[in-house]
Design a protein. Structure first.
Length: 332
């Protein structure tokens, strides 16, 4: 019976999409990512494509040539507005520089939703569908605190790069979760954190390895490492392994990509906070189709959720195992 219902549902959706095309009323939604090669954004595109097909919408896609390519994203916005998109979903490469182009699109009646990364100010877009990166950091901080179990923490942080809101939020969330006072989601100034070495990794494995090598030279007693993402964590592990310290140091991270979750299962990373790019994009397409039908825009921030992934659960910190993580991950 369930199989029959599924076939009927699929048939109805296909018929609705065909009718929309015939009447020339097919909603057009644009998706602009930072790049089209990063597995995170590939997964986002996958979610948008599937939801558009389900709802009978036309999906336009674009991306910068590299992370930070604001000009490429501006061009994509202009092309999508010219092509008739009534909703544009965007992961801004430059949270400030993209604002004038977004303002022009909105003035033309286009609903603009930021995915994953906020604009500055947030009010530059109609809505933001994203992970609460501060909460993601809090989860791994709480986990690390439990695992350390009163042992003095000698902490290294492998961050993103200065001034990036997502990097700041994750870093500060980790410190807050670990019990550091005087920290909030936007605190930039250093406080008495127990951090003996802070290095920028740019979220890159090779740079993460170099950053960890530098930290070990500065303080060989490091026993806890926070990383901005799992590639940086993999680099940190390589440096620790080369120094014969991999079994003595706890690494925690954020993202939830498939390679990262496998590293949790292998014991390379103690725990990671998993976010859900496919969900962000599918929710954005759904909102775009609803806007085309009803004229109702989304408003403000919508949290798309986060889960702590570990196979070594601790009391008081809710988590899921790597089986769940692998079923919901992204990338190879």
């Amino acid at each position: 019976m369930r199989h029959v219902k599924l076939i009927l549902t699929t048939t109805v959706l296909a018929a609705a999409a065909t009718l929309a095309l015939a009447q020339g009323t097919q909603p057009i939604v644009g998706l602009i990512t930072k790049t089209d090669t990063n597995p995170y954004f590939v997964k986002m595109k996958e979610g948008a494509t599937a939801e558009a097909a389900k709802l009978g919408a036309k999906l336009l896609t674009g991306a910068g040539k590299a992370d930070g390519d604001n000009a490429g994203q501006v061009t994509a916005i202009e092309n999508m507005v010219a092509a008739g998109a009534k909703t544009i979903l965007i992961t801004p490469s430059d949270s400030k520089a993209i604002v004038p182009a977004i303002a022009k699109a909105r003035a033309a009646g286009v609903m603009v939703i930021a995915l994953d990364s906020p604009t500055e100010p947030l009010s530059a877009v109609d809505g933001l569908f994203a992970t609460n990166n501060y909460n993601a950091g809090v989860l791994i901080g709480e986990y690390a605190k439990k695992v350390m179990n009163g042992k003095k923490a000698v902490i290294a942080t492998l961050d993103l790069f200065p001034g990036q809101p997502v990097g700041i939020a994750r870093h500060n969330g980790f410190l807050q979760g670990f019990g550091t006072k005087g920290v909030n989601a936007k605190t930039v100034a250093q406080v008495n954190t127990g951090v003996v070495c802070a290095q920028d990794s740019f979220g890159d494995q090779a740079k993460g390895q170099t950053a960890m090598e530098n930290c070990l030279q500065k303080n060989p007693d490091i026993n806890l490492v926070y990383t901005i993402n799992e590639p940086a964590a993999a680099g940190a592990y390589q440096a620790l392994k080369a120094a014969g310290k991999e079994k003595d140091v706890l690494i925690v991270s954020v993202d939830g990509g498939c390679a990262g979750v496998r590293n949790v299962a292998a014991g390379v990373i103690g725990a990671t906070s998993q976010q859900y790019p496919l969900k962000m994009a599918s929710m954005g397409v759904d909102a775009g189709v609803n806007y085309a039908k009803t004229g109702k825009k989304v408003s403000g921030y919508i949290d798309t959720g986060v889960n702590l992934i570990t196979d070594k659960a601790v009391s008081g910190v809710k988590s899921q195992g790597t089986k769940f993580g692998l079923a919901n991950c992204w990338g190879q």
